[in-house]
Design a protein around this ligand. Sequence first.
Ligand SMILES: Nc1ncnc2c1ncn2[C@@H]1O[C@H](COP(=O)(O)OP(=O)(O)O)[C@@H](O)[C@H]1O
Ligand SMILES: [Mg+2]
Length: 233
Amino acid sequence: MTSLLAASARGLTKSFGRGDTLVHALRGVDLDLPAGRFTAIMGPSGSGKSTLMHCLAGLDQPTGGTVTVAGQPLENLGDDALTRFRRDHVGFVFQAFNLLPMLSAEQNIWLPTELAGRDRSSEAQQRFAAIVETLDLTERLGHRPSELSGGQQQRVAIARALLAGPAIVFADEPTGNLDSTSSAEVLSLLRQSVRELGQTVVMVTHEIEAAQYADEVVVLADGRITERREVAA
Ligand SMILES: Nc1ncnc2c1ncn2[C@@H]1O[C@H](COP(=O)(O)OP(=O)(O)O)[C@@H](O)[C@H]1O
Ligand SMILES: [Mg+2]
């Protein structure tokens, strides 16, 4: 039996610039990301981690090769279809939380649903309740970002990313702006969202401690995968 793939890349290349300034950020990446797993992408600065994440998430177009997310080859989608596909199937968590300051935590979490013009269906409300409970945000829902700690703000951003039930959540250095206590908290909650909500999470990090929360570590060096290893439970 083959396990479901949340995303996969074949022969992925990405170059920037030309002539003297040509940079090969990805030099042929093959990667399968099974559903329901937490994968950490590691590697030195400049090794291509963010470029790989952006190509997998449909935020950037590869120079060569293919990316498939939730069974959909991204190269077949035009700009508008790609934007809709991302909105419906991909979640993002950034280093700089990206919450709207004048909205409460609860309003921030529902914002993508509103922007997409979707109803708060009973299914969505049940999912909201489960996510808020898992991320321990129940008491914080009425607070604005400025009234929350960094760790709490990142938990709100994670809840926002999870609410639409995306096939895959991409997190680029999600603990980069957090102290070690908040980092541990956010990483355990990402872990829990994989275990309890069946979420698929791909996290870029350069911190070995952060990678320990993942099921598997993929190591990049100079635009190539040099190692894949399971993380001991
Ligand atoms: N928009 C861009 N224009 C030009 N070069 C870029 C751009 N984005 C990334 N690069 C280059 O591609 C390489 C990989 O970058 P990146 O994926 O950001 O690495 P990482 O996230 O591992 O630090 C680096 O050499 C970087 O300078
Ligand atoms: Mg980066």
